[in-house]
Design a protein around this ligand. Structure first.
Ligand SMILES: Cc1cc2nc3c(=O)[nH]c(=O)nc-3n(C[C@H](O)[C@H](O)[C@H](O)COP(=O)(O)O)c2cc1C
Length: 398
């Protein structure tokens, strides 16, 4: 090694350094550089600066004469990362180039982020004689990156909260649903629900009166998430209260008025309210899709359409009631619009396929029918995406 660490810094020696003379010639060119350029003499004790350009003066606020003969560590301060200093120290020890971003302090104590590239310079024998340091101010970029990182963290937190809200909405919705379908001597019942990623507000419920007859409801709140969950909760309370009403139209009118009075803004609830005995189905609908009816005696499938505005819109809406005489093996299917409006990649609705599919399933159990309708609707979308809650309620007269 040609390096002699015992050599003392001697200002006259620095003045006569031939490299320094050469560099001063080039200084005019180097001075226009935006970056700071420094050269240290590795053969001198402490690896001191023997050259600094104007860029360095601008960057650090130090006068060139002030820094000659000093090691550049004077730019470091309280918050400079010791690991970064260690990285530079190690590279100098190993005589290899290094690039770091290090917190430095100007002469006026104002901190700045310094992107420092240090490169060893070798003589013709390959021995390191000097180091060239390139310094640039990257404070703005580092601050921008820090702001971006902080914004990303905030966004992630918001996202987490949103996910928690969605989870809460989903739990709320599922809590509103009955734990099991009723077991009745005259009916075989199945219900199947597939919830969308963002809860879509589908709801169904059952009530058995003293004669053992079933009242059921199936509905769909406008909107998604917690908002939908809120109106579903209110609807469930009304169903619990008024499920014993004989007349479905009376239920819908009162429920519509009550929901409107609760002041949900721009929130509506589509709902079917139905009563079913062994011989008859009586129901009314507030904005729910048509129902499917399989008349086992005639072996035909019919669509049952009852038009009506969703609840909470116009409480005086003249809801209409529908009555169907039932016989053994008849099937009734109520669905939410999530099934009909399920889309494939060409934006085609599943709706047209529902009736033909149902017609092939009439010999099967309600559980099988409900599962198949949901399954096929989900598969209608090539990616299995579910845009809105899908609910199917199937009843067969025993
Ligand atoms: C040519 C050259 C330029 C340097 N420029 C800087 C600088 O701008 N800022 C800084 O914090 N360190 C700079 N350093 C690094 C320090 O001088 C020193 O090497 C580092 O703090 C690690 O060594 P130490 O443990 O002896 O302090 C430079 C080093 C050399 C050789």
């Amino acid at each position: 090694m040609s390096k002699s660490k015992s050599k003392k810094i001697d200002p006259p020696d620095l003045v006569n350094d031939p490299l320094k003379d050469q560099l001063e010639l080039k200084d005019r060119a180097l001075s226009v550089a935006v970056e700071g350029i420094t050269i240290s003499d590795f053969s001198l004790d402490g690896n001191p600066i023997i050259y600094a350009n104007e860029g360095f003066e601008r960057l650090t606020g130090y006068d060139r004469q002030e820094v000659m003969g000093r090691n550049c560590r004077f730019l470091q301060g309280q918050d400079t990362d010791p690991e970064t200093i260690q990285e530079i120290r190690q590279a100098i020890r190993d005589q290899v180039p290094v690039t770091v971003e290090i917190l430095n302090y100007r002469k006026d104590s104002v901190p700045f982020w310094n992107r420092l590239s240090n490169t060893p310079v070798r003589d013709h024998e390959g021995n390191v004689t000097h180091f060239i340091g390139l310094q640039s101010d990257v404070t703005e970029r580092v601050h921008a990156e820090k702001a971006l990182r902080e914004a990303t963290l905030k966004l992630e937190a918001v996202n987490r909260n949103m996910k928690n809200d969605l989870e809460a909405a989903r739990e709320l919705q599922l809590d509103m649903l009955p734990e099991r379908v009723p077991d009745l001597p005259y009916l075989d019942i199945a219900v199947q629900m597939k919830t969308a990623q963002e809860v879509g507000g589908d709801y169904y419920d059952f009530h058995i009166d003293r004669q053992g007859h079933l009242t059921f409801t199936i509905g769909d709140a406008t909107g998604h998430g917690l908002k939908a969950g809120t109106i579903v909760t209110a609807t469930k309370a009304l169903f619990n209260m008024w499920a014993h009403y004989k007349n479905p139209v009376r239920f819908l009118k009162r429920a519509s008025g009550a929901l409107k009075d609760m002041g949900f803004r721009n929130m509506y609830m589509a709902l079917v309210f139905a009563k079913i005995t062994p011989d008859e189905l009586v129901y009314s609908s507030a904005g729910m899709p048509y129902a499917l009816y399989y008349d086992a005696t005639a072996s035909v499938v019919r669509e049952l359409v009852v038009k009506g505005m969703p609840l909470a819109a116009f409480p005086d809406f003249p809801y209409r009631k529908k009555q169907i005489k039932l016989s053994r093996n008849d099937l009734i299917v109520f669905l939410s619009d999530g099934i009909l409006e399920q889309r494939n990649s060409r934006n085609e609705f599943f709706e047209d396929h529902v009736n033909p599919l149902f017609a092939t399933l009439t010999a099967h159990t309600p559980v099988h029918i409900a599962n198949t309708l949901i399954e096929q609707a989900v598969h209608w979308n090539e990616q299995g995406q579910v845009f809105d809650d899908m609910t199917v309620l199937v009843l067969r007269v025993k």
